[in-house]
Design a protein around this ligand. Structure first.
Ligand code: HMG
Length: 298
């Protein structure tokens, strides 16, 4: 990966939609993924194979994957919490999965109903099978800068969980500020600590923008060498197990900032702004700041 190229992982169709209060039609999800695929994105996290009782919005995961109009050069990963999710994902041809756990026990219990250790035990056979199947595996660590139930999360806990996922075989570790409470110095301290044992090229950052800190946090992490950033078109999202947390940082805002500091994403900002404007309209959601400004100029 070149020094000034930043890979954006678009999480809008999954993280962005999972908390929508009404059922988003599968056709709308597919339309969103297709439009995102025209912007230059190379990774679009498309759905999750979780319990439909836990997350009703993702109940159509098989239909979403089966209905994708796959474009060459784009990867369409999906979240799986356990082997059952892996089986479901594989049954429709998913070739990249993301496992997810947290640095906070309390959050993990609410989110996936088990301890951190149990989650890691559940992941072991998934990673083993994925390796045999040639399936790429990403690992998420949630609550890296704070937890809605426990409050402060010690950095040592983040490091321990990130290392466990990495050693288990996850090729990329995404560090999630699930409730968007982080600020730049804390984010830097956390990334430095994780980066001491995991190559920085294999770390991604995943900021929610609850307190408007996401861009500042991302910039700080870029200065430390991070080159993979998760974001969500129009800033869609919010975690069902983190009340009050708003969406991910908006993809349009991230692209605008990166272009401004001379970094490349390979993504067409105007096309992304149009996509953000369209989906925000469909869902009755606010637009991203940069997206709106770009559209006004054109
Ligand atoms: C993990 C479980 C399944 C445990 O849920 P559980 O109730 O502890 O599991 P269980 O094994 O006892 O199974 C209970 C029922 O769920 C079914 N089940 C079991 N597994 C599956 C599956 N894969 N797909 C479909 N169904 C499944 C299973 O078959 C059974 O059905 P029943 O027999 O009662 O009818 C549940 O808690 C769950 O699905 N949680 C998902 C939570 C979630 O998706 N959260 C949002 C994603 S994480 C996130 O957003 C953060 C992130 C990644 O973006 C980063 C950040 O911002 O920090």
């Amino acid at each position: 990966m070149s020094g000034n190229f930043v890979k954006l992982v678009e999480v809008g169709p999954r993280d962005g939609l999972q908390n929508e209060p009404y059922t988003v039609p599968t056709s709308l999800k597919l339309d969103l993924i297709d439009r995102l695929g025209r912007t230059g994105l190379k990774v679009i996290e498309s759905t999750s194979f979780v319990s439909d009782r836990a997350i009703p919005q993702m109940a159509d995961a098989e239909d979403v994957i089966a209905g994708l109009k796959r474009r060459a050069g784009i990867r369409y990963p999906a979240l799986v919490p356990n082997e059952r999710g892996y089986d479901r994902a594989r049954s429709v041809g998913v070739d990249e999965v993301a496992l997810f756990t947290a640095a906070s026990e309390a959050f993990n219990q609410h989110n996936i109903n088990c301890t951190i250790e149990e989650s890691l035990r559940r992941f072991a056979p998934v990673v083993h099978r994925a390796r045999n199947d040639g399936v790429r595996v990403r690992g998420y660590v949630s609550t890296v800068l704070g937890c809605p139930y426990q409050g402060q999360v010690p950095i040592a806990d983040v490091v321990r969980v990130a290392e466990a996922l990495f050693e288990a075989g996850c090729e990329e570790i995404s560090l999630g500020d699930t409730i968007g409470v982080g600020t730049p110095r804390k984010a830097a301290e956390m990334v430095r600590a994780v980066g001491a044992s995991i190559p920085i090229a294999q770390l991604a950052v995943h900021f929610h923008d609850t307190y408007g800190q996401a861009l500042a946090n991302i910039m700080t992490c870029l200065d430390l060498g991070v080159r993979v950033v998760d974001s969500s078109v129009a800033g869609l999202g919010g975690c069902p197990y983190a009340r009050g947390a708003t969406g991910n940082v908006a993809t349009e805002d991230v692209i605008y900032m990166l272009e401004g500091v001379g970094m490349e994403t390979g993504i067409d900002l105007l096309e992304m702004a149009r996509t953000g404007d369209w989906i925000a309209g469909e869902l009755g959601r606010p637009r991203s700041r940069a997206g709106q400004a770009v559209l006004k100029r054109h």
